[in-house]
Design a protein around this ligand. Structure first.
Ligand code: HEC
Ligand code: HEC
Length: 445
């Protein structure tokens, strides 16, 4: 029998459509491409980047194309806050930065966030909570009449501040290459696996966390709140906010005071900025280093098994997207709950205006990668836990069931988990940090 041209083309379209649908379906339910190659950069580019990372910036610095350090800043060098275990590591609590969020109010519906800088090039530009208050005043409470009843509303303070500890940057280039699709894929897999038939959404043990999808649809991976999708963007923000270095991707931070600072040329040109990003991108990844003597090695190896069986690996996913030994799912979780107020839980005021859905709640934090954790104390976003034991004890909320199971382990098994965590070291080949970075650099006001 003969097909006419019309039915042929219809048949072809039908085929085409099914192929597209099948491909789309397969694409939707498969992870993204794994990371296949290590980050690389030319030796001279990396060396130029290292110089910029270690450089102690000054106002009108000869290396800068704009005004150099400031006008507001938290330290004079990247390495001042990133030095533990070598150049690029984490920092101690004396280098914590003070971050603020100004929640939206009826009069000011946009949410704002930033840093309250420790230092400024002149006193006029010095920031503190009271200079911030001028922009974000307390909204006085009052009496509201609702259904004939008088309802008292409390004063609403839109400003929330948090002290934030610096993270280690080793292996950041690998994390940069993990596709957002893979993270969402792993999340979906786990969410499905964790939903038993008698799923009770109120039960705390079954919460799989959530990915941070940024307003433009990309996945957030960097920062304690997963607030940046790429390493390059984080480096741009670190230059602008921590040291006051304007760059091709971001203007330098403006003082949050009544005084205006004039607009100047970016401090870093495109070549310098690319070199700095390349340096951070190619910092070696941390290494799992087992003790050499048999008894200690076996103890740590058992700890690695217990880490999985007790449930730590549910959030601290050992391998993701072809990057092995990273120990993070890159999702937001809530580890605080009302029963553990001493652990930092704070009753959060209801915002006057609903927050955007992608915005993390005050108590939501990204699972930090545990690679290199042996060399990155203190722990948690605020650096409040000085030891690994204390860090584990502070897991409540989403980790409630895992923490309970951990507490029920024998002391020997608990020690084995700690022994395993202590094998997660900064890369042995990291460049030694300059001595002055380790001791507090004198930062005059
Ligand atoms: C005053 C201390 C300080 C200085 C100086 C500083 N940082 Fe950081 N850095 C931090 C803190 C704190 C964090 C964690 C911030 C967060 O997650 O919100 C961080 C996080 C980062 C991250 C994200 C890492 C991750 O995996 O999430 C990168 C990248 C980074 N810094 C690069 C730099 C670079 C490059 C410089 C120099 C231009 C620099 N930092 C200077 C304190 C500092
Ligand atoms: C529900 C997810 C979840 C589970 C389960 C979980 N963690 Fe965590 N872990 C997190 C999050 C989120 C943080 C960061 C919290 C913060 O900074 O406020 C964290 C932080 C840590 C830290 C501190 C890391 C750093 O760089 O500051 C260590 C160590 C740690 N976890 C170990 C463990 C161990 C060991 C277990 C098992 C006993 C475990 N975690 C179970 C989500 C989880």
């Amino acid at each position: 029998m003969m097909d006419n041209i019309f039915t042929q083309s219809r048949r072809r379209t039908g085929w085409g459509l099914s192929v597209v649908l099948v491909v789309w379906g397969v694409w939707l339910f498969t992870p993204g491409l794994p990371v296949l190659w290590a980050p690389r950069a030319k030796a001279e580019v990396r060396a130029a980047g290292k110089t910029l990372f270690e450089h102690e910036w000054a106002p009108h610095d000869p290396l800068a194309h704009g005004d150099g350090l400031g006008p507001v800043f938290n330290a004079k060098a990247c390495v001042s806050c990133h030095f533990q275990g070598g150049v690029g590591g984490g920092g101690g609590n004396d280098h914590n930065v003070l971050a603020f969020e100004a929640l939206p109010t009826k009069k000011r519906p946009e949410l704002e966030s930033g840093l309250i800088h420790k230092f400024a090039v002149t006193n006029r530009f010095l920031e503190d909570s009271s200079s911030l208050r001028k922009f974000f005043p307390i909204v006085p409470g009052g009496v509201r009449i609702e259904g004939g009843c008088q309802i008292l509303t409390r004063d609403f303070d839109p400003i929330h501040t948090k002290s934030i500890n610096s993270t280690a940057l080793f292996g950041a280039g690998w994390i940069d290459r993990v596709s957002g699709k893979t993270i969402v894929h792993e999340y979906r897999k786990r969410a499905l696996a964790q939903l038993p038939r008698d799923f009770d959404p109120k039960s705390r043990g079954a919460l799989p966390g959530r990915p941070r999808v940024l307003p433009d649809g990309r996945m957030g991976k960097f920062g304690w709140k997963a607030q940046f999708a790429t390493l390059e963007e984080f480096v741009a923000a670190a230059c602008a906010n921590e040291i006051g270095l304007g760059n091709p991707r971001m203007d330098q931070a403006q003082p949050k005071t009544q005084w205006k600072y004039p607009k100047v040329q970016p401090d870093l040109d495109a070549t310098q900025f690319r070199a700095l990003v390349a340096f951070v991108d190619t910092l070696s990844r941390p290494e799992e280093t087992l003790p050499t003597d048999t008894r200690h090695r076996q103890h740590a190896e058992r700890g690695k098994d217990v880490f999985r069986t007790v449930g730590c690996a549910a959030c601290h996913t050992p391998d993701i997207g072809g990057v092995s030994g990273v120990y993070s799912d890159f999702l937001l979780h809530r580890l605080d709950d009302p029963e553990h107020r001493s652990s930092g839980y704070r009753e959060v005021e209801t915002p006057q205006v609903p927050l955007p859905e992608d915005w993390p709640l005050e108590e939501e934090w990204k699972t930090p990668p545990l690679w290199g954790v042996a060399d990155s104390a203190p722990y948690f976003h605020d650096g409040s836990c000085t030891t690994l034991e204390a860090a584990i004890q502070r897991h409540h909320g989403d980790a409630h069931d895992v923490t309970t199971a951990y507490a029920a382990l024998s002391a020997d098994d608990q020690h084995a988990v700690i022994a395993f965590l202590k094998t997660l070291k900064a890369p042995a080949g990291a460049d030694p940090a300059p001595r002055e970075a380790k001791s507090e650099i004198a930062l005059g006001r």
